[in-house]
Design a binder for this molecule. Structure first.
Ligand code: GDD
Ligand code: MG
Length: 373
């Protein structure tokens, strides 16, 4: 029996976790052109690194990464998992197999016995989930699967998971299409505890959606599937603005991570130069080797490694890609700038604008006026 501290329960022997990190992250383009979504840095480290650190803190001792898109990037970064105190391995899909297919594809690498719990995490969410409590709930209910649920005000982009009075899942409604399907505000928060033998029963060698096929199939044959609503922090990093928010929340301590032991107003990485007259606020991250010039303001934003921000520029709620150059007096608000792009002096971009990698915006002296309509 292992006492893991920090949680409410007990973990027996080796606890394994599968991380699903094979998605393409299309909605985060252009950031995901050069890096897979789970490897994008939030609070200076890849999303996956924060997840592994939290899993290790929650009692997980073996981690299997289910990779597909850009698999090499994961194995290069994480190696055998020693930095995180876990035994880690990467399994690669030749062709993407979907969420359920990816879980099945790593079955040969699991060491758990047929009745043991195996955790599964989506690779693109930040959470404050009490991991041991979810495992305990699964064990106490003698369930086939326990799902981590969270409540959101607009569930349409997620998987809806209604439960009965005893916490048993009654249906799965993945990405509901009609108002009638919106029967609950509880959604699949992207972490499951599976009884290991059920993973072996997922069909091998073809794409399977765990949400659309495996879970409804378990309900159809009367397996006990429970939902556990955890009220803690939860954020899906699916869009650029959510990604910046996740980084902000980690830096400020709103989102918990063992990799951010001392939350603060900003995070300035190694070798970054910030002029004393510049202001870096709101949970911003200034990456390795970045430069922020005199009078510039960086608020609630993420500067990837090597980015440069010119004099007097104002960067709000934005992501600046690796080695991108932002000229003097540029104003960016809610903008994603791809790696290596150059935005010359005077440009103003806002709300959802995306600048593709290596693009160049010419200088301008034109100004938007606030009283124009
Ligand atoms: N290895 C592998 N192979 N991983 C995959 C594949 C694949 O073919 N397809 C998706 N993934 C990974 C993604 O990288 C991501 O970490 C996770 O599986 C979920 O896939 P997404 O594509 O991000 O799904 P989603 O965000 O639309 O919906 C899922 O997450 C929601 C919560 O954020 C579903 O599980 C919803 O039910 C859930 O509410
Ligand atoms: Mg997702």
């Amino acid at each position: 029996m292992t006492d893991h501290g920090g949680g409410s329960g007990r973990v027996i022997g080796v606890l394994e976790a599968i991380l699903l990190v094979g998605g393409k992250g299309t909605r985060l383009r252009p950031l995901t052109i050069s890096a897979p979504k789970p490897m994008l840095p939030v609070a200076g480290r890849p999303v996956t690194a924060h997840q592994i650190a939290r899993a290790a803190e929650g009692g997980v001792s073996r981690v299997i990464l289910g990779t597909s898109y850009r698999a090499d990037v994961f194995s290069d970064y994480f190696g055998n998992g020693a930095e995180f105190g876990v035994d880690l391995r990467c399994v690669v899909e030749e062709v993407p197999l979907g969420t359920g297919g990816a879980i099945r594809n790593v079955a040969d690498s699991l060491e758990s016995g047929p009745d043991d719990p195996v955790l599964v995490f989506n690779g693109d969410v930040l959470t404050g989930l009490d991991i041991p409590a979810l495992v305990d709930a699964w064990r106490d209910a003698d369930a086939a699967v326990a799902l981590y649920l969270t409540r959101v005000s607009d569930p349409r982009a997620f998987g809806l998971v209604p439960t009965d009075d005893n916490g048993r899942v009654t249906a799965f409604l993945e990405k509901p299409q009609t108002p009638e399907e919106i029967v609950t505000d509880q959604i699949n928060a992207g972490c499951y505890v599976f009884r290991r033998s059920l993973i072996d029963k997922i069909p091998a060698g073809r794409p399977v959606s765990v949400e659309r096929e495996t879970f409804p199939g378990l309900l159809a044959v009367g397996e006990k599937v429970i939902g556990v609503v955890d009220p803690g922090y939860w954020l899906d990093l699916g869009t650029p603005l959510a990604f910046v928010q996740g980084s902000r929340d980690l830096v400020s301590g709103t989102a918990p991570s063992p990799l951010v032991p001392e939350p603060g107003a900003c995070m300035i990485m190694f070798d970054a130069r910030v002029d004393p007259s510049a202001a870096v606020t709101g949970g911003s991250v200034v990456g390795v080797g970045c430069a922020v010039a005199a009078g510039a303001r960086v608020d609630g934003s993420v500067l990837f490694d090597g980015a440069e921000v010119g004099e007097g520029a104002l960067i709000v709620d934005s992501v600046i890609g690796r080695n991108a150059r932002i000229g003097s007096d540029v104003r960016l608000d809610g903008v994603v700038v791809g790696d290596g792009a150059q935005i010359a002096t005077g440009n103003e971009l806002a709300h959802g604008a995306r600048v593709f990698p290596d693009a160049e915006l010419a200088p301008t002296s034109l100004r938007f006026s606030s009283d124009q309509t």
